[in-house]
Ligand binder design. Structure first.
Ligand code: ATP
Ligand code: MG
Length: 402
């Protein structure tokens, strides 16, 4: 849009979710959210402004529509925001607002097919000369006169929104859904155990959305498997990074430890023994990076290692809390979310999962903690976990921006 047109400058309006319920902590949450937004938009020229109950991103005059759309799309990945509107900043004047509304919908599909419409105004500044319903009628009447569109207040196909703020009015039609939740970092830091599977990336995403900054730990069967699972883990973290930025991935070369577990001869317990060793290693790494919880993709009863008894045996291996946000979800629900966040297609690539090294013919569904501890004494599991934590390799992911 050319500068100085009736439409005013482009901007992006962000509606906040639970952040607004945070009472006295609200300031802190909003500060964190603004800083996360700035991080996500570091490649764009935007000014982040706090308005009453909304955050406005001001774009330079003359910004191309595609750039404004790209900003809106990018920021819709930042947790803590429920709705993103591509809007226009208009002078706080009924005539300017009316003109802009006419201009805004001029070339729209809705006008060309004579869609039913409504105007919805809100005043955050009560000193504005018109009340909301008066502004609705003024703008709606002019749209009706200009284009002949029928008004329909109960089920409009096109809604023109006007929000009159302290310094300006905002005008927009549609909106993009945000991720909801809380700003990343407002709940602390966690370490997610990331396999190449479908579940664990979704689990990590869910915890980011509850305000945790999540780092990633992947166990690879190397030197006895190929590096494919590492590439998958890398690709998954790269994808998930758009929700938090500055993600970190470490890979544990786990093949030799798995062989020792196998050599202990307790076939039916091998998978749970291995999971406990993963958790102990993860706990050691978590202490080193000051993470306060572990995250896994377990879902109750999904596979034999995830029966209630076996989950209890896993909790028993570590002191840190293990967060399992998918515990009550069905596989179809997890897959739908994986598809939505874009991890499913990566997870479905073939790889040689380290767990296949150990897959016994039949796995124990009711592992006894005493039996597991006996295996661990033979393995010297506590020492082994420290050694494994010493051997982690960082994968350079400091700058994931795609
Ligand atoms: P996923 O799809 O997340 O791999 P799954 O249904 O295959 O889960 P399991 O293989 O039993 O279930 O794994 C349960 C959880 O243990 C995973 O969600 C993940 O958090 C962790 N886990 C399993 N294998 C690995 C691995 N190789 N590296 C890191 N974490 C792992
Ligand atoms: Mg798996």
């Amino acid at each position: 849009m050319t500068a100085g047109s009736a439409l005013g400058e482009p901007c992006v309006l962000l509606k906040l979710g639970e952040v607004v319920l945070k009472g006295r902590n609200r300031e802190l949450f909003e500060m964190r959210l603004r800083s996360n937004i700035k991080g996500a938009l570091k490649d764009y020229r935007v000014e982040v402004r706090q308005r009453h109950g909304v955050i406005a991103l001001f774009l330079p005059e003359g910004t191309a529509d595609e750039v404004a759309e790209a900003v809106a799309k990018r920021v819709s990945d930042v947790p803590g925001i429920v709705l993103v509107h591509l809007a226009r900043r208009i002078a706080k004047d009924p005539e300017a607002i009316t003109k802009a509304a006419i201009e805004l919908i001029k070339d729209s599909d809705e006008v060309s097919r004579n869609a039913r419409f409504a105007v919805r105004s809100r005043r955050r500044d009560k000193r504005f000369p018109l009340r909301s319903n008066e502004l609705d009628r003024l703008v709606g009447g002019t749209i009706n006169d200009t284009y002949g569109l029928p008004v329909d207040l109960s089920r409009p196909e096109l809604t023109v929104h006007i929000e009159v703020d302290k310094d300006e009015a905002f005008l927009f039609t549609g909106g993009l859904p945000g991720q909801g939740g809380l700003p990343v970092g407002s709940s602390g830091r966690a370490l997610a155990l990331l396999s190449g599977g479908i579940d664990s990336p979704v689990a990590a995403y869910r915890m980011m959305r509850r305000g945790l900054r999540v780092d990633f730990l992947h166990f690879s069967g190397i030197p006895f498997t190929t590096s494919e699972s590492i590439y998958k883990a890398y690709a998954l973290v790269r994808n998930l990074d758009r929700f938090q930025g500055k993600s970190r991935l470490w890979v544990v070369p786990f093949g030799k430890a798995q062989q020792s577990i196998k050599a202990s001869g307790q076939d039916r317990l091998a998978v749970i023994a291995q999971r406990r060793l993963m958790l102990k290693t993860a706990e050691e790494v978590a202490h080193r990076i000051r993470a306060e919880a572990l995250v896994t993709g377990d879902s109750l009863g999904q596979v034999s290692s995830q029966t209630l008894t076996n989950i209890t045996a896993q909790d028993n291996a570590v002191d840190l809390p293990i967060l399992r946000p998918l515990i009550g979800l069905d596989k179809t629900e997890i897959m739908a979310e994986a598809r939505r966040i874009g991890t499913l297609q990566i997870s479905e690539l073939p790889d040689e999962d380290c767990c296949t090294l150990l897959a016994p013919r039949s796995a124990e569904t009711r592992a006894k903690i005493e039996d597991l501890k006996q295996i661990e004494r033979r393995l010297d599991a506590e020492d082994l976990a420290v050694q494994l934590a010493d051997s982690i390799r960082p994968y350079k992911l400091d700058d994931f921006q795609q």
